[in-house]
Write a protein that binds this ligand. Structure first.
Ligand code: GTP
Ligand code: MG
Length: 148
């Protein structure tokens, strides 16, 4: 079964959107198999955003992502990488469709509420950056019988 990484960024936590976003994930029928609340270190920020370190927006992104706690999640499900990436909406919230998380809750490019993995390869790398193997829990979700 496919796994992906979802993070509620510092603005989402500070704006009390954690319950709203987890609610959307649950209502969609996705399965949470890892969940933690943490403050991102400088080292973890550089690891998570390694592809952006040289970019002009990185210093703003790094100080933002390390400024306040985040909620990190591992989700499991059929095609879950694409499903949650679509639920997030376009990266720049000015272009995100209404009905998507960024389209509904964000307006600023840096403070765009959540991060989601953009491919299976990124998902595997990002999950490993944030979770130890024993922090990911395998269990049967009873609602799968109803959600399919
Ligand atoms: P996806 O595009 O859905 O994969 O989201 P992502 O969050 O992984 O985006 P990406 O890897 O392209 O960039 C990481 C984060 O850096 C984004 O979520 C933005 O917060 C920020 N970012 C990316 N590009 C820009 C930019 O051109 N300007 C600013 N200010 N921030 C940017
Ligand atoms: Mg990305």
């Amino acid at each position: 079964m496919e796994k992906t990484f979802l993070m509620i960024k510092p603005d989402g936590v500070q704006r009390n959107l954690v319950g709203e976003i987890i609610g959307r994930v649950e209502k969609k029928g996705l399965k949470i198999i890892g969940l933690k609340f943490l403050q991102i270190s400088d080292k973890l920020a550089d690891k998570h955003y390694e592809e952006h370190i040289e970019k002009e927006f990185y210093s703003e992104l790094k100080s933002f992502i390390t400024s306040s706690p985040v909620v990190a999640m591992v989700l499991e499900g059929d095609n879950v990488v694409e499903v949650i990436h679509k639920m997030a909406g376009a990266t720049n919230p000015k272009n995100s469709a209404y009905g998507t998380i960024r389209g509904d809750y964000a307006i600023n490019f840096t403070k765009n509420v959540i991060h989601t993995s953009d491919s299976l390869e990124s998902a595997n790398r990002e999950i490993k950056n944030f979770f130890k193997t024993e922090e990911i829990v395998n269990y049967v979700q009873s609602s799968q019988i109803w959600n399919g």
